[in-house]
Design a protein around this ligand. Structure first.
Ligand code: PGA
Length: 268
């Protein structure tokens, strides 16, 4: 894993947005894996600003989101479809027909959605760059601790911790789903490039475990240690519990000349 430590959350959002713009400049029909939650909001705002400034276009891009709640309709304001429309899609030039989430309508069997979603990703040529956040419990997507490292897109039950963490988004009387359909860990690991963003001290323990702890289903993000092309972009607070901070900073400095000469996506 490449660990990049930047000053604050604005720098993290900028760094991630630059990479996405670089990818789309190189491959306009790139397949992006997208995430919801608090983490990517500043990134999406940055991308919208860059789009308005003519610095990036999503016209031919295809997107696959990590997860979607089960039991609420896409037009419910709490669905991840609504989140993506509001936070990103309606502000950029993407064709909505090229934006996918693992949605399950009421008449469909949720257990069938996963395999269909996987086929759709494969038909699109696979994900070029997957954006991830990390839960305070180490989850990626809704792959909660204990998720199989070989898991594929499927129905998952959220942990109490995740339900509590996400309750800030729901009004008291609003239905908050306990089930979701999420890409599996093996699905995520098939992305050609992965960019995980983490900001804030409340993520520092999970970041430490993911990066420097053992690979274990109890910290699903630790599976990224097995991926050959993962970069973590962290702010100082999220990086504060890492033991090898000096080494990561040193490595980043050494790599900069190569990156400026050849870019991040020389294999695409
Ligand atoms: P957050 O969630 O971005 O809202 O902190 C991240 C996650 O749960 O993956």
């Amino acid at each position: 894993m490449q660990v990049i430590i930047l000053k604050d959350s604005d720098d993290v959002a900028n760094g991630a947005a630059q990479r996405i713009a670089e990818l789309l400049a190189k491959k306009p029909n790139a397949v992006l894996g997208l995430a919801t939650g608090s983490t990517p909001i500043a990134l999406y705002q940055r991308l919208i600003a860059m789009y308005r400034a003519g610095e990036v276009s999503f016209r031919d891009a295809v997107t696959f989101n990590l997860d979607e709640y089960l039991g609420i309709a896409p037009d419910n304001r709490q669905s991840y479809r609504s989140f993506m429309n509001e936070q990103l899609f309606k502000h950029i030039d993407i064709d909505l027909a090229n934006t996918y989430l693992p949605e399950c309508s009421q008449e469909n069997n949720p257990r069938r959605v996963g395999a269909a979603y996987e086929r759709r990703i494969a038909d699109a040529g696979g994900i070029d760059l997957q954006i991830l956040g990390i839960g305070a419990n180490g989850h990626i997507g809704f792959n909660e601790p204990g998720s199989s490292l070989g898991s594929r897109t499927r129905v998952k039950t959220l942990t109490e911790r995740t339900v509590i963490d996400n309750s800030r988004m729901f009004d008291a009387k609003e239905f908050q789903p306990r089930l979701a359909i999420t890409m599996g860990i093996a699905t995520i690991l098939e992305a050609r490039h992965i960019l995980l963003l983490a900001m804030g001290e409340h993520k520092a323990t999970a970041v430490h475990k993911m990066t420097e702890g053992p690979v274990t289903a109890m910290c699903p993000a630790s599976a990224l240690q097995m991926h050959r092309n993962t970069a973590l972009i962290l702010d100082e607070a999220a990086a504060s519990k890492l033991e090898e901070l000096d080494y990561y900073r040193w490595t980043h400095l050494q790599n900069e000349p190569l990156v400026s000469q050849y870019g991040h996506f020389h294999d695409l």
